[in-house]
Design a protein around this ligand. Sequence first.
Ligand code: ACO
Length: 382
Amino acid sequence: MSAPEAAAKPEVHKGLEGVIASETTISEVDGKNCQLIYRGYHIDELVGRTTYEEVSYLLLFGALPARGQLADWTTQLEAHRTLEPEILAFLRSLPRRSSSMARLRSAISLLGVHDPDGDSDELDTMRRQSVRVIAKTVSLVATIARLEAGQEPLPPKRGLSQAATFLYLLHGREADALEVQALDAYFVLLAEHGLNASTFAARTVMGTKSDYYSAITAAIGTLKGPLHGAANSKAMEMLEEIGTPDNVVGYVQKTLADHKRFMGFGHRVYKGADPRAKHLRALAEQLGRAHQDLKWFDISTKLQEAVWQAKQLYINVDFYSASLLHYLNIPTPLFTAMFACARMAGWSANILEQASDNRLIRPLASYVGPRDLRFVPLDQRR
Ligand code: ACO
């Protein structure tokens, strides 16, 4: 390529890396300083001190709720958790071989079809839809899991939090305080994370003035990929494949020799430690101790160390999510849907923010294919 041609070549940001596509007041993902801030609060301030109910309110409305606001918000969430008969019938009709994320994606789409305002792009309507969908997602995911296991779905119980409801609906018994606390903290830590792939997908859909349910459906489809949300279940499969702490070093060597990736390691934005990981690690350890089963935690810590020694890669949010969710007796194929339960608040806040100051999202592509081709009739093509 000649010098003028090279100079004229537009700069391409593959994967939109480093591109700032919007302003936001919802969260800051500070990759350089490895910090995550929700509406002005560092996550270290929130985790262990706030519930998912408080944090979802914070993300959606911009401030932590006062006592009365929290009571009202909690009541609204409780009121929406029950699944309507048509949704239950739909979930029962789905083939067993379909993944939990595919079922969740389809169920959210169906919620939109049954909502008389499903095609609306009005802010007030979408705020109501956010409460409805945040509340229902825990019921949907637990119901998907019970049906997969051949168990009858349960109706939600009054007086339980989002996290406690999920564990009750999945296991058919009320979880103990530590289990609820761990899942609640997991939901808080994964509630929001800037313009990640699934949130960007949701905002792109909303940017066309489509509707809330379409945006959430797109986000779920995006989260489903192993380079994004499905890394948590892949990380658990990796721990299971390793099987015992003694196998860690051999696994690392083989993975490097095969040029494969370590799931739950690396991040596009954080250039150091993912600020969520230390909290998840502490919770996984607490659960492991409580269950007198530190095997998964021990494999994880040894793997974290060995991958660091071999490749200086940091763990990301998905790494200790794996053992944490496993210790809560949540089946591995459900892990990515657990991520979706948490992220529903962040997606909803971003959809509302996009709609309140909208501009169609429409990047450009630099065409590098052939030019000036001449048309060839069908019977002359080879
Ligand atoms: N295992 C092994 N090597 C890795 C990993 C990993 N998990 N992550 C990055 N690298 C290496 C790459 O091989 C590459 O090395 P090279 O330059 O020698 O070829 C270098 O680090 C940069 O990797 P990229 O893929 O260019 O980085 P990118 O920013 O595109 O990728 C990603 C980020 C997709 C998260 C990547 O780290 C990855 O594939 N991780 C595993 C999957 C995962 O855990 N995803 C969850 C991310 S968090 C979330 O979405 C919730």
